[in-house]
Write a protein that binds this ligand. Structure first.
Ligand SMILES: [Zn+2]
Ligand SMILES: [Zn+2]
Length: 251
């Protein structure tokens, strides 16, 4: 609106000024075209130039993705831990799984999504999650994103877990059920240890009726306290079975 106003003002000025305005606009357009030539597509992880636009990772980063191979613990998603030492033994989710370790290129991608707003990265992550999703985590009724802190979402303008959950729901052909919200310090039934220590930080409530079999989605599984708080809220809201899936798992 303001720009059109300026243009009109320029063109209504007599002779030299209008010409100068047109020259300036042509100059700006040329500068943009030049910048596009000077800034070819780069790898989302290492920022090396890519031969073509399209793939988000360079071949070296694609090879370096830290896949978690082999059967890990189905409950906590760790590749291994000592017997009886499952950190998710008392969790409100039945299973949790991540295709990658939270390190190297996988961490670079999560950071790109989180801090540089690289939304196409969410589609790549969703594809990698969907490709390896174990059969036990298939057949859920809907995908539920871990809710973001309202303040953080406002600052970023979007919510990484929500974007990943949406992309994954589309990949899996499941509905998206954004039924959880960060609550205001209310204690939750079945809350994990971390939440009991800091009830305000992790209080989560179900704002709408949750799916019966829920696939809970976050970008990274760290201590599991957030996933546990979300799963507890889903269970309290009526979910009968909850599995948690993340893009990466902290080892
Ligand atoms: Zn790279
Ligand atoms: Zn375990």
């Amino acid at each position: 609106m303001q720009k059109r106003g300026e243009e009109q003002a320029l063109s209504s000025q007599p002779g030299g000024d209008a010409q100068r305005g047109r020259r300036q606009r042509r100059g700006v357009r040329a500068l943009h075209e030049l910048l596009a030539l000077l800034a070819p597509p780069t790898c989302t992880a290492c920022r090396a130039p890519l031969a073509a636009a399209g793939p988000l990772l360079c071949p070296a980063c694609t090879r370096a993705l830290p896949w978690l191979r082999g059967p890990g613990c189905p409950r906590c998603g760790l590749p291994r831990h000592r017997r009886g030492g499952c950190p998710a033994a008392g969790a409100a989710f039945a299973l949790s799984w991540a295709p990658l370790a939270y390190e190297g290129v996988a961490r670079d991608l999560v950071q790109a999504l989180k801090f540089r707003g690289a939304l196409p990265v969410a589609r790549l992550m969703a594809a990698q999650v969907a490709a390896g999703l174990p059969p036990a985590l298939r057949g859920t009724d809907a995908v539920v994103p871990v809710p973001a802190h309202a303040g953080r979402r406002r600052r970023r303008g979007f919510d990484p877990a929500g974007v990943l959950a949406r992309a994954l729901a589309a990949r899996l052909g499941l509905p998206l059920a954004p039924c959880l919200a960060r609550g205001g310090g209310r204690r939750q039934v079945g809350a994990g240890k971390a939440q009991r220590r800091d009830p305000g930080r992790l209080a989560v409530v179900a704002r709408a009726e949750p799916p019966r079999r829920a696939l809970l989605v976050d970008d990274v599984h760290t201590t599991g306290a957030t996933l546990d708080a979300c799963a507890a809220a889903l269970a309290a809201g009526g979910s009968g079975w909850i599995a948690a899936v993340t893009y990466a798992r902290t080892l």
